[in-house]
Design a protein around this ligand. Structure first.
Ligand SMILES: *Cc1c(COP(=O)(O)O)cnc(C)c1O
Length: 393
């Protein structure tokens, strides 16, 4: 064994000692309200499967039919080996759904950010980034080589301050924010962000990974929620959360999308989404375009669960989305809470530092249209039982 790798043992041990080592549970069932987790049936409060599409019969059927016709893989990058009509169809339909000129797909939301940011700004430029933006935005910003200036979370006054002080020192400027912040479930004040971005001549980009399929009319996302059509330059989205599949997408004006087809590195140097992914996403889009039923159910479940948790005396933070943090404070308490939930067949993860600040550890419940009312009632019953046992309520 190569001694040059010994440091990994030390690092892994210190992660374990600090309680920061990821122990990944194994799921041996399809996604849905209930899962088989580590061999045990458990109520699922962990997935980003907001609309229950991850195992929806229409998506499954569409994937099967596409595999019969096209096989599995695209077999090369699209610029070299040509693109399948399926991918073009998904991009066209997604752009229609979002009410923008064009869209381009990537292998994941992470890749969509890595592709987009460095294609639009470089060394002579500046990025203004919300301090709580997602890791893939941070990495995309770093890859671009632009100067990165963070502003206080969702604080438009602070954004304006840093724009005023710094914008004129650089060539191009970009303002980037998450749409929905995944740990607290709060949403960016995009209408106000748009106003200041416009004033200082910046490119405006929003990453709507947790808003796609959740916010706006029939899940059209945060831009639709604020009615900012045509005003936000770039909407990054994921097909891995509410869409229940895997993939990333960028929607915006045709010029930007054309540029990404020429200069987005994960587009040029990595193969496309697979056939069943694309076909399933097309079926998911069709469901959303034809009916608001799943989105309505998601919000109905969200209102019910949150109301009951509040009535039971839990602190559920400031979320305005289906992301529901149950604020517990200390990381050890959150871990113990999660373990007791799992003993009672409820799967909900504890989240602590460094994902959230010290002293703000929590359990995060992800609600879904896949939950029946009886599932939520069962979840509430267990939360109340564990909350009393640990003297949280
Ligand atoms: C989940 C997430 C991503 C990554 O999406 P994937 O499709 O899973 O790669 C990117 N940005 C934000 C804000 C996210 O929450």
């Amino acid at each position: 064994m190569n001694n040059a790798l010994n440091w990994i043992d030390d690092e892994l041990k210190s992660l374990k000692d600090a309680g920061l080592y990821n122990r990944i549970r194994t799921i041996s069932s399809a996604q849905g309200a209930w899962l088989i987790v580590d061999g045990k049936k458990a109520l699922n409060f962990c997935s980003n499967n907001y609309l229950g599409l991850a195992n929806h019969p229409k998506l499954v059927q569409a994937a099967k039919e596409a595999v019969d016709k096209y096989g599995i893989g695209p077999a090369a990058v699209r610029t070299i080996a040509g693109t399948m009509d399926l991918h073009n169809e998904l991009e066209k339909r997604f752009a229609e759904f979002k009410g923008v000129e064009a869209a381009i797909t990537f292998q994941s939301g992470f890749n969509a950010n890595i592709a987009t940011i460095p294609a639009l700004v470089g060394k002579e430029d500046v990025i203004f980034s919300d301090e709580l933006n997602h890791a893939s935005i941070i990495d995309g910003c770093r890859l671009s080589g632009a100067t990165i200036i963070r502003y206080n979370h969702c604080d438009v006054k602070d954004l304006e301050r840093v724009l005023l002080e710094n914008r004129h020192l650089y060539r191009r400027a970009m303002v980037i924010t998450d749409g929905v912040f995944s740990m607290d479930g709060d949403i960016a004040p995009l209408n106000d962000i748009y106003e200041v971005s416009k004033k200082y001549e910046t490119i405006l980009m929003v990453d709507d990974a947790h808003g796609e399929g959740v916010l706006g009319r029939s899940g059209r996302g945060i831009v639709d929620h604020y009615r900012l059509h045509g005003k936000v330059d770039i909407e990054v989205g994921t097909l891995s959360k509410a869409f229940g599949v895997v993939g990333g997408v960028v929607a915006g004006n045709a010029k930007i999308i054309e540029w990404l087809r020429q200069r987005g590195r994960p587009f040029l140097f990595s193969s496309a989404m697979t056939v069943p992914d694309v076909a399933a996403c097309l079926a998911g889009l069709e469901i959303l375009q034809n009916s608001t039923e799943l989105v309505d159910q998601l919000w109905k479940n969200t209102r019910f669960f949150k109301e009951e948790m509040k009535n039971a005396g839990f602190d559920i933070g400031q979320s305005v989305t289906p992301i529901t943090p149950i604020m517990l404070g200390e990381a050890r308490l959150a871990q113990e809470f999660s373990a007791l939930l799992f003993e009672n067949n409820v799967f909900a993860m504890a989240i602590g530092f460094p994902t959230v600040p010290r002293g703000k550890a929590r359990i995060r419940v992800m609600l879904s249209a896949a939950h029946q009312k009886t599932d939520l009632e069962k979840g509430l019953e267990v939360f109340i039982k564990v909350g009393k046992k640990l003297a949280v309520i």
